[in-house]
Design a protein around this ligand. Structure first.
Ligand code: MN
Ligand code: MN
Length: 470
C-alpha cells in the first residue's frame, strides 16, 4: 500500500509539467530540417521585402509568383471546377487568390495587408528654399515622425504624364542617389529637446531634400526648382502638373539585414504586414488539394483604417466570392459561404521589448522566437475596436497547430490602457464567419526597421498553410 501511494504521487508530480502551459523557443521545437527550412525561407523573404516596398510592388511580386506557378486570372476563366487555382488583381493595389478544393461550401480565408506606413507627397509638393529644392510630404499611417529624419529614403513613383504612365524607383539600387529629411543639430536643439515627442518633428517639417544645384541656363528666379523640373522632364517626360495627381512615396532605402551573432532575426522596413503577406503567398503557392475553397487576400489601406476601394472594408471579398460561385455553377450564395467560412487575419503584433518592458504585460505578451502569435482579440483597453474569436474557434486552431507541431504563442498587444491597434479580423467577422488574428511578433513595429524572428516567420507560414488546407 505505502509503495503504491508513493508511486501515484510521483506520477501526479511528473504530470504537472504537462498540465502547465510553458512557453518554449520555436528553435527548440523545430527539427533540424525545420531549422534549415526556416533559414532558407528567410532568405527568400528578405528578397521579397527588398523588392516590394509599396502595395503596388507587393501586388506585382505576388502576381508574378502566382503566374509562374500556373495560377490563372479569374477573368480569363469562363467556368471553374475543383482543382483550379485563380486570382484577381484588384487595381494593382490588392489581390485575391483561390485554390478550389472539393467541398465548395467550406471556405478558408487568410488575409494580410500589403500597405505599410510611409511618406506620400502633398498634392503640390515641389518648392525651393535656402538654395535647396524640397518635396513636401504627408505621412501615411501611424509613425513616430522623429524616426524619419536623417534617414536615407528611396522614392517610388507612379506618374501619369501626357506621354503615358511612368513608373520609377530611385534610391534602391547600389550607386543610386537617395533622399533625406534634415533634422537640426544638437548644438541648437535646446528648445527641440524640451518638446513632447510628437512635436519634436512635426508633419509640416517632413520635407525631403531633392536637389541643390541650380539650373544654369534661363532666367528663372527659383533655379534649383527649375533644375528639378528640367530633370523630371528630361528623364520621365513629366511636368509639374503631373506631380499633383501622382502616387509618389518615400520609404526607407535600407535593405533587409540579419541581426545578431546568430543571424536569428531580420531587420527591415515594411514587415508589418509583409511578414504575413509573404507567408500567405508562400502558403498558397504550396497548397495541394485543400479540403474546401482556400482564399488568400492581400489588402491595401489597412494602416489608415481599411477604407477605400482596395481596403478590407470594400466589397472586394464579396465580389471575388460571387464571381467564383457563379463560375463554379453551384447553387450557393456569397452570404452562405462567407457565413460558414473561417478566417485568419494574418497580421503582426508587438513583441516583448527588454528596453521597454513597461508597455507590455510580460505574462500576456508574445516574445520573439516562440512561434506565431495567435491572438483571440486585438483592439485596446476594454476590447474596443476589435472582434473576439470564440473559444471553440481558437481552441480548434491551436489544436491543429499542436497536431502539426507548429510553434505558437499568444498574448495581447501591450499593457491595458496604453493604446492599442486593430486588424482586418473585425471586417471578416462582419460576414458572420469565425475570425482570429495570427502573425509573427515584431519589435519596433511601424519604425523604419522592424525586427522579426526567422523562427516566427516560418511558423506563421506553416500555420497559414495548414489552415488553408483544413
Ligand atoms: Mn498590420
Ligand atoms: Mn500596422
Amino acid at each position: 500500500m505505502p509503495k503504491e501511494k508513493k508511486s501515484s504521487k510521483k506520477t501526479k508530480a511528473s504530470k504537472i509539467k504537462h498540465w502547465a502551459f510553458k512557453p518554449k523557443s520555436a528553435w527548440e521545437q523545430f527539427t533540424k530540417n525545420e531549422r534549415l527550412a526556416a533559414e532558407a525561407y528567410a532568405e527568400k523573404y528578405k528578397r521579397f521585402l527588398g523588392h516590394a516596398k509599396t502595395e503596388r510592388e507587393c501586388v506585382v511580386w505576388i502576381e508574378k509568383e502566382l503566374k509562374f506557378q500556373g495560377f490563372k486570372p479569374l477573368e480569363d476563366c469562363q467556368q471553374l471546377k475543383s482543382g483550379q487555382r485563380v486570382y484577381k488583381n484588384i487595381k494593382g493595389r490588392a489581390l485575391a487568390v483561390a485554390v478550389i478544393g472539393k467541398n465548395l461550401d467550406a471556405w478558408r480565408l487568410v488575409g494580410a495587408h500589403v500597405d505599410s506606413p510611409r511618406l506620400d507627397l502633398k498634392p503640390n509638393p515641389l518648392f525651393e528654399d535656402s538654395s535647396l529644392a524640397l518635396l513636401q510630404t504627408h505621412y501615411y499611417g501611424g509613425i513616430k515622425k522623429y524616426h524619419w529624419v536623417n534617414l536615407p529614403l528611396s522614392l517610388h513613383a507612379v506618374v501619369h504624364t501626357r506621354q503615358g504612365v511612368k513608373q520609377f524607383v530611385i534610391g534602391e539600387k547600389i550607386g543610386e542617389p537617395q533622399f533625406l529629411i534634415p533634422d537640426m543639430p544638437p548644438h541648437l536643439a535646446r528648445e527641440q529637446m524640451d518638446k513632447q515627442a510628437r512635436k519634436v518633428v512635426e508633419g509640416e517639417n517632413m520635407r525631403v531634400l531633392v536637389a541643390n544645384r541650380p539650373f544654369l541656363e534661363g532666367e528663372e528666379t527659383e533655379k534649383v526648382k527649375a533644375a528639378v523640373l528640367e530633370y523630371l522632364h528630361r528623364e520621365y517626360g513629366m511636368v509639374e502638373r503631373d506631380l499633383l495627381s501622382a502616387d509618389v512615396s518615400f520609404v526607407p532605402a535600407a535593405k533587409p539585414v540579419d541581426v545578431g551573432f546568430d543571424r536569428a532575426l531580420v531587420a527591415a522596413y515594411g514587415q508589418d504586414d509583409r511578414a504575413c503577406a509573404f507567408g500567405v503567398l508562400e502558403a498558397v503557392l504550396g497548397l495541394q488539394a485543400p479540403r474546401g475553397v482556400a482564399v488568400g487576400l492581400f489588402v491595401d489601406k489597412e494602416e489608415i483604417g481599411s477604407d477605400g476601394d482596395t481596403g478590407a472594408q470594400s466589397q472586394m471579398l464579396e465580389n471575388f466570392a460571387a464571381e467564383i460561385l457563379r463560375k463554379l455553377g453551384v447553387g450557393l450564395t456569397v452570404g452562405e459561404v462567407l457565413e460558414k467560412a473561417a478566417a485568419i487575419s494574418a497580421d503582426v503584433t508587438e513583441a516583448l521589448n527588454p528596453n521597454f518592458k513597461e508597455i507590455s504585460d510580460a505574462r500576456n505578451c508574445s516574445v520573439l522566437g516562440n512561434g506565431i502569435s495567435v491572438e483571440k482579440y486585438g483592439g485596446g483597453g476594454g476590447k474596443y475596436d476589435t472582434q473576439e474569436a470564440s473559444g471553440e474557434f481558437m481552441s480548434g486552431l491551436v489544436s491543429l497547430l499542436d497536431e502539426e507541431k507548429i510553434p505558437w504563442q499568444t498574448g495581447e498587444l501591450g499593457r491595458l490602457d496604453l493604446g492599442g491597434g486593430g486588424t482586418i479580423a473585425k471586417f471578416f467577422s462582419r460576414y458572420g464567419m469565425d475570425a482570429i488574428d495570427a502573425g509573427p511578433p515584431l519589435l519596433s513595429m511601424h519604425s523604419p526597421q522592424e525586427i522579426s524572428s526567422k523562427a516566427d516567420l516560418y511558423a506563421a507560414f506553416r500555420c497559414y498553410a495548414v489552415f488553408l488546407k483544413s
